[in-house]
Design a protein around this ligand. Structure first.
Ligand SMILES: Cc1cc2nc3c(=O)[nH]c(=O)nc-3n(C[C@H](O)[C@H](O)[C@H](O)COP(=O)(O)O)c2cc1C
Length: 189
């Protein structure tokens, strides 16, 4: 059975990104994929404090939902992140999750004893929504962070989808957007 880790980077439990992740989750469940969902609204992940404990022993000494994320990153075949654009970057909640992957980085490059199976095939999808219209939205910063996250986690970025103008036109009423998300979700397995 395949496993998927779905991360909603929005602090809003009923926003655009929750809706997108709902679509992905439904499609994956239809194919009997075991899904773990992480929500920035409920799963509060503390920021990295650079205590360097992860350079001395494998893992992170901070105990919070990130412990589950490390396990799922290792086990999952599919990783999907859907995140709002906040001041040209990702949300603070998702950035905290990414920064806590320093423990993964240290396990690989300092300890030489990786927390995750580096040879496992993992398929990554990054979706990002911006509130501004197309000509005012710049996803560059968010994409760089997403790429770093997938790289440290040994996930191949299979696809990405960028959605603009969600303040005026939420994804819930946009068949082109929800259709594209559904198509991508179907192709994940
Ligand atoms: C703190 C903050 C910063 C934002 N910065 C941007 C931005 O730089 N560019 C943009 O297009 N939209 C920006 N937005 C709008 C959000 O990207 C948009 O409302 C979001 O994609 C909605 O996602 P959600 O409904 O899943 O929470 C910002 C919103 C907030 C709250």
């Amino acid at each position: 059975m395949k496993r998927a880790l779905l991360i909603n980077g929005s602090p809003r439990p009923e926003g655009n990104n929750a809706y997108i992740i709902d679509i992905v989750e439904n499609e994956l469940r239809k194919k009997d994929v075991a899904v773990t969902r992480i929500e920035m609204s409920g799963d509060r992940i503390a920021p990295c404090i650079h205590c360097r404990e992860c350079e001395r022993q494998k893992g992170c000494v901070v105990e919070d939902p990130m412990s589950q994320v490390y396990g799922e990153l290792d086990r999952s075949d599919i990783i999907v992140v859907s995140c709002p654009l906040y001041f040209n970057g990702v949300t603070a909640g998702f950035k905290a999750l990414v920064d806590r992957c320093q423990a993964v980085w240290a396990s690989k490059y300092v300890l030489g004893d990786s927390m995750i199976d580096r040879k496992k095939d993992r398929k990554g999808l990054f979706i990002c929504t911006g509130g501004q219209p197309e000509d005012e939205t710049d996803f560059t910063g968010a994409l760089l962070v997403a790429e770093a996250f997938f790289r440290v986690s040994n996930v191949k970025i299979w696809n990405k989808m960028l959605v603009t103008d969600v303040e005026k036109r939420p994804v819930m009423g946009r068949g082109d957007v929800t259709g594209q998300v559904r198509r991508l979700a179907k192709e994940l397995t």
